[in-house]
Design a binder for this molecule. Structure first.
Ligand code: EPZ
Length: 418
């Protein structure tokens, strides 16, 4: 952990526009999918976030040539000299998404050796569904000494049912199926927009995929995939986070977004009394006074996104009435509640449930970010809290929010990084 902090002063009213960056959770699997060809891929709208840089380092360890033009958010990837043995254990621990290279390595070489990804503060983050999918496609899977070893002479298309619509498992299985012999069908597949984006990238590389964005994805194996250019979708979670700042503290317009990816967030903010207006690629959210607390149940897409749960909990700490949150995706995603209670919130959590009783105001104090979205939640509360708030462990926040302090300053937020 480094010891940098955000110092945020009470900012009674914020107003302005935010240009939303490319989606971290689309960019990471798409960078892994670029390994499926030895030709060059040019990826655009890639934010130079810590997780993206670490993923680039992992590709470099795989002997993949990359050139990240961070000022233009463009990364060139050429997997010509890709090497199969991947021991990036020290990096694997830093981002779990590095396991998303498994499907591509298996497809490219018929083998892969990766460090077993660890859990994180929000949950144990198992990979059993990834491994079951690889086995169904004909791979031999071994898991010992903290290493996952995959081997397959030839991957064969299969019928795969996911016990849970896991985003990562759906992505990894698709990457393992695109050049398999025959047809693979994934039932109960994840439907997140980031899955659709990955499939659209693969289709541009020459893959044959149908049903992306639904619960049944069909992949017909092809012989070869070629290089291509691709622009990833905007980050719906960054957009949602700034929309909540508008609902809580003034008026924010998020630009360069896909409103169709933000239906659950728009719906909930409207239900809570915020004013929400949409144009083709921008959404304006205005505070209309004290919001009304509501109930939230997190679900796989198109249900309410778990990655927006902490930010909504922050919003509800000073709303009128009581809100109940049921977190059904991760087993430990309420760590932000304790930090918000230190600011004077009234939140009680038990298991996957949280009860938030709205109070008049929060007050600033020293708090710490425990994970990416929890950190974003603390920023939301710090903006409207009385006095000064000091948020430590901000490297968690910078994993998923590109230039967040600059974007907040443009809204008039009194924020300093030190
Ligand atoms: C992706 O994680 C996102 N990360 C997460 O965003 C997001 O919260 C999550 O999807 C759910 O939407 C990236 O895309 C890099 P899952 P992932 O596999 O793929 C269980 C953020 O803040 N599960 O859908 O790891 C698992 O335990 C991050 O940007 C299994 O049981 O999510 C969890 O309870 C946080 N076995 C649930 O599924 C498996 O093999 C959801 O996990 C895999 C998952």
């Amino acid at each position: 952990m480094d010891n940098r902090k955000f110092i945020i002063e009470e900012t009674p009213f914020v107003k302005g526009d935010v240009l939303i960056s490319g989606s971290k959770n689309a960019a990471l699997p798409i960078m892994a999918a670029a390994l499926l060809t030895s030709e060059k891929c040019v990826l655009k709208n890639i934010p130079p976030l810590r997780d993206i840089i670490i993923m680039e380092n992992i590709l470099n360890i795989l002997n993949v040539k990359t050139d990240f033009l961070t000022n233009n958010c463009v990364i060139n990837i050429k997997g010509e000299n890709l090497s199969p043995t991947l021991d990036h254990s020290e990096l694997m621990g830093k981002i779990r998404a590095s396991f998303l290279t498994a499907g591509s390595l298996l497809t490219r070489f018929g083998k892969a050796k990766l460090s077993l990804p660890g859990g994180c503060s929000i949950g144990t983050r198992p990979i059993d569904l990834h491994l079951k999918g690889f086995s169904k496609l004909g791979a031999e899977v071994s898991k010992e000494f903290g290493i996952v070893e995959l081997k397959a002479k030839k991957l064969k298309g299969a019928e795969i049912y996911l016990d849970f619509p896991s985003v990562g498992a759906t992505e990894n299985i698709i990457m393992a199926a695109v050049k398999a012999d025959g047809i693979t069908t994934i039932s109960n597949a994840a439907q997140e927009p980031e899955i659709t984006d990955l499939c659209n990238f693969l289709i541009k590389m020459g893959a044959e995929i149908e049903g992306q964005g639904t619960d049944t994805v069909k992949i017909t194996g092809v012989k070869e995939l070629h290089g291509t250019e691709y622009t990833v979708i905007p980050d719906r979670i960054e957009a949602g986070t700034f929309m909540i700042i508008g609902a809580a503290s003034g008026e924010v317009t998020v630009k360069g977004v896909r409103p169709d990816h933000l239906r659950p967030v728009v719906n909930k903010l409207s239900e809570m009394g915020a004013s929400v207006t949409e144009k083709s690629d921008e959404i304006t959210v205005k505070s209309t006074g004290r919001i009304k607390n509501a109930d939230i149940k997190t679900l796989p897409y198109p249900g309410f996104p778990t990655d927006m749960q902490p930010q909504f909990m922050s919003l509800m700490t000073t709303g009128s009435g009581t809100g109940i949150i049921n977190e059904t995706i991760f087993e430990n995603r309420f760590l932000h509640a304790g930090e918000l209670n230190r600011m004077g919130a009234d939140i009680k959590t038990e298991g996957n449930g949280a009860v938030i009783r709205g109070v008049e105001r929060l007050t600033g104090t020293k708090i710490k970010a425990t994970d990416l979205r929890a950190g974003a939640a603390l920023i939301i509360s710090a903006i409207s809290a009385m006095g000064i708030t000091e948020i430590s462990n901000i490297e968690h926040i910078e994993r998923g929010y590109y230039n967040i302090d600059k974007k907040l300053k443009n809204l008039g937020v009194k924020i300093k990084k030190c």
